[in-house]
Design a protein. Structure first.
Length: 438
């Protein structure tokens, strides 16, 4: 029998299999966040000196709004899916049916996204008449993908606390994020190579790989029946009702941790959404190479994912996140003053290390403010409320500030540290969220 406070080999294998779901999701998002802003903005004034970038010619503000659609869908749908999956009863489990149906749908829509941009030529680059046909096709595919992704991500995340006890959640989340990091690196490295061979190739490859990952997840992960029985007795509570019922001694910490997550994801989304645009406009690199540079962050995150969980087990989750926030602030502020590509690249591993300290431990802190193990889908929904709201406002407001600054994409290196500072202040007041007694 697995020890409740030790990551045994059996637990590690289980976490790796579970991580294939995160692998699939992260593969999608990495390619989408890297290439979609280029498709949307290519051909506008900021890209006029980079003739290799073709697109619809939209402004950073409009592109930022479009890049928030996934988070708008998530903000509406993901909190609903936690309680819904808590109450779902099928022979495949509570969470798995949503993953099995909706993940392949999102993969198909994802594979079709580059069909619209493939119709752009140097002669039509950035022209408004593209917005009728090719742009509409691209957006239709993107919307289907975003809606279906929003519906299966919360059930997938809720599998982790279903399977692992409190003491193992940071470590299990680290392994899951390790798998996500591998997905991100494969997406960035293969995406850049495949993009140069054909615009659609990275999207088709990503869709096939994601479906294979979900098949592995289904074959290797079995949901514990005991939680389904307990949830039947308790009944699933809606997100707002559950929030009202959180004990006062837990509620303050829960709200502060949610604010912390909102602010750090607000800032991080600014970097993630517009970094490829920053590289393409500042250093005049093609879209594929811009994404390849961002792989440095993913590699660093991958290297420090599990060590960050070990650090949290020694000094606590809260201290670990606070340290990560401070390190990230210093790294990003430094990048603002750098005018050459090599120094910027040298700071990216520091960002990856800091992001591992932060991101590995955020979700487990939310889960361990809970009062019942059977409601992990609901508490995963709390997490996604904060995460998706940060994801909605981050790209939108940062796109607005970029345009306000005369399409200066280095603005992201100002907004990000300010939001991380607010995240630091919010988390400083939290008292709950550490490992609970088994």
């Amino acid at each position: 029998m697995d020890s409740p406070d030790k990551m045994s080999p059996a637990n590690v294998v289980k976490a790796v299999y579970l991580g294939f779901g995160l692998f699939a999701a992260q593969f999608f998002w990495t390619l989408y966040n890297n290439f979609m802003p280029i498709f949307l903005q290519g051909g506008n004034e900021a890209f006029k000196d980079n003739k290799g970038v073709l697109g619809f010619g939209l402004s950073a503000t409009v592109a930022g709004f479009i890049m928030t659609l996934d988070n708008i869908a998530g903000f509406i749908l993901q909190p609903m899916m936690g309680p819904l999956s808590d109450k779902t009863r099928t022979r495949f489990g509570r969470r798995m049916p949503y993953i099995l149906v909706l993940a392949p749908l999102s993969a198909l829509a994802f594979a079709l996204i580059p069909v619209g941009p493939s119709l752009i030529t140097p002669a039509t680059n950035g022209r408004l008449d593209l917005l009728v046909g090719p742009f509409a096709l691209t957006m239709a595919c993107a919307v289907v993908m975003l809606l279906s992704m929003a519906l299966w991500r919360t059930p997938m995340f809720a599998l982790m606390p279903d399977i692992f006890p409190s003491a193992l959640r940071s470590k299990a989340n680290a392994i899951g994020n390790l798998m996500a990091g591998i997905g991100s690196i494969i997406a960035l490295v293969s995406g850049g190579v495949l993009f140069r061979m054909g615009m659609a190739l990275p999207f088709v490859f990503g869709a096939v790989l994601a479906i294979l990952a979900v098949v592995i997840l289904f074959l290797k992960i079995k949901e514990p029946a005991r939680l389904a029985e307990k949830a039947d007795a308790e009944g699933g509570l809606r997100i707002l009702k559950e929030l009202r019922n959180v004990p006062p001694e837990n509620l303050k910490s829960l709200v502060l941790i949610l604010l912390c997550i909102f602010f750090y994801l607000f800032g991080y989304n600014a970097i993630e959404t517009f970094f490829s645009s920053y590289i393409a406009t500042t250093f005049k690199l093609p879209a594929g190479q811009a994404g390849l540079i961002l792989a440095i962050v993913a590699l660093s995150f991958l290297a420090f994912a599990f060590p960050s969980a070990m650090i949290a087990s020694r000094i606590g989750r809260k201290k670990t996140i606070l340290i990560g926030l401070l390190v990230f602030i210093v790294a990003v502020v430094s990048m603002y003053f750098m005018k050459a590509l090599v120094p910027v690249m040298c700071m990216l591993p520091v960002c990856g290390f800091a992001w591992a300290l932060i991101n590995i431990n955020g979700l487990p802190m939310i889960l361990d403010t809970s009062t019942g193990e059977e409601m992990m889908g609901t508490y995963s929904g709390f997490y996604f409320v904060a995460a998706t709201l940060g994801g909605v406002l981050g790209p939108l407001l940062n796109g607005f500030f970029i345009d306000l600054a005369g399409k200066d994409y280095s603005t992201i290196f100002i907004i990000c540290p300010l939001s991380f500072l607010l995240s630091f202040l919010a988390l400083s007041g939290a008292k709950k969220g550490e490992v609970k007694a088994s």
